[in-house]
Design a protein around this ligand. Structure first.
Ligand SMILES: [Zn+2]
Length: 328
């Protein structure tokens, strides 16, 4: 590889696993590495695992740290993107971590730090399902429900923090308890966690025989692919639960459309990857029926295209935009 070639590193820091992708300046993947986060071993140990993962990704690309033009890191929590600080990551026990400074000191290159869903949505804007959108709204149902918005080529943020917490839109007065401490949030009604709890209940009642036989009633074992298989194998109760969850997401999307007027709504994350048609159709139908009438027909609902790579690739692309002022 030519010494002069600019390389970008995209990092996806998750509560359970982390991964690093090395990209050339045309955003072709040159190298990759992943490992478990193991946040329970403490922050210093996790930082060392991050450094090691980045070095090994560079090794797998046959590249050295000196070739890095920049690092972009997507993080599992609200971020102050101006200072590059991860404000909090509850599932890792981290608060106010100066990741930009830490990465720049270790790798001697500029770094940009942003929220992981923002990064994923920016990835879909640059390379995936939302290319060239004027306003792209991304909704990623998973363990929680993340949201992000790219408006006129940049990530929509507050003055000094990530926003677009669509998972915490208030859907139901005195509804179920949400992980954020409030009640009745979208996430408490329609995340994979909420779906898995309801599906486990159906299995226990004898209403979902395939699920009971193949996954039991352990909520942690009821992953997105198991849910999709349960529907394919005739568990009607599970299908009803998931369609209802998708319809709640449709209601939330209709509210977001009234506020933001996106031209495209991209749905992503594990649940949507496992059941893209179900989610796309339910969300599109409910959103069309609920938006203020002038908005009907003004937006498209599409499934994300980048899969697992969205956050790392979007983080690297955003780093390039911040560092070199080059958008694509
Ligand atoms: Zn909430």
């Amino acid at each position: 590889m030519a010494e002069a070639e600019k390389l970008w590193l995209g990092f996806d820091l998750g509560g359970t696993k982390m991964c690093a992708h090395v990209f050339d300046d045309a955003f072709k993947v040159l190298g990759f590495q992943k490992r478990k986060t193991k946040a329970q071993e403490g922050m210093e140990a996790t930082l060392q695992r991050i450094f090691q993962t980045i070095r090994e990704a560079l090794d797998s690309a046959g590249a050295s740290p000196e070739q890095l033009a920049g690092i972009g890191m997507g993080c599992p929590g609200p971020v102050d993107h101006n200072r590059g600080v991860l404000l909090s990551a509850t599932n890792m026990g981290w608060t106010n971590v100066q990741l930009k400074k830490i990465l720049e000191a270790e790798f001697k290159c500029p770094a940009a730090v942003l929220n992981d869903v923002d990064a994923g949505v920016f990835g879909e804007y640059c390379f995936g399902a939302g290319k060239n959108a004027h306003c792209l709204l991304g909704v990623f149902p998973g363990t929680g429900i993340g949201g992000g918005c790219v408006y006129r080529g940049d990530i929509f943020t507050g003055a000094n923090r990530s926003v677009m917490e669509i998972g915490h839109l208030q859907m139901m007065a005195d509804g179920p308890q949400c992980g954020c401490g409030r009640r009745g949030c979208l996430e408490a009604l329609a995340s994979r966690m909420a779906i898995a709890v309801a599906a486990a209940g159906a299995a226990q009642r004898g209403a979902a025989p395939w699920l009971l036989k193949n996954a039991g009633t352990d909520v942690a074992a009821i992953r997105s692919n198991i849910l999709a298989d349960s529907i394919k194998n005739g568990d009607r109760a599970v299908e009803d639960i998931i369609r209802q969850a998708a319809r709640w997401i449709g209601v939330a999307v209709s509210n977001a459309v009234n506020l933001l007027g996106p031209d495209i709504v991209v749905l992503g994350g594990g649940l949507v990857e496992a059941m893209p048609t179900l989610f796309k159709n339910e969300v599109a139908e409910v959103a069309a029926a609920r938006v203020m009438p002038p908005f009907v027909g003004t937006f498209k609902v599409a499934a994300a295209k980048l899969g697992d790579r969205a956050t790392a690739q979007g983080a690297a692309a955003w780093a390039r935009q911040q560092i070199s002022g080059q958008s694509r």
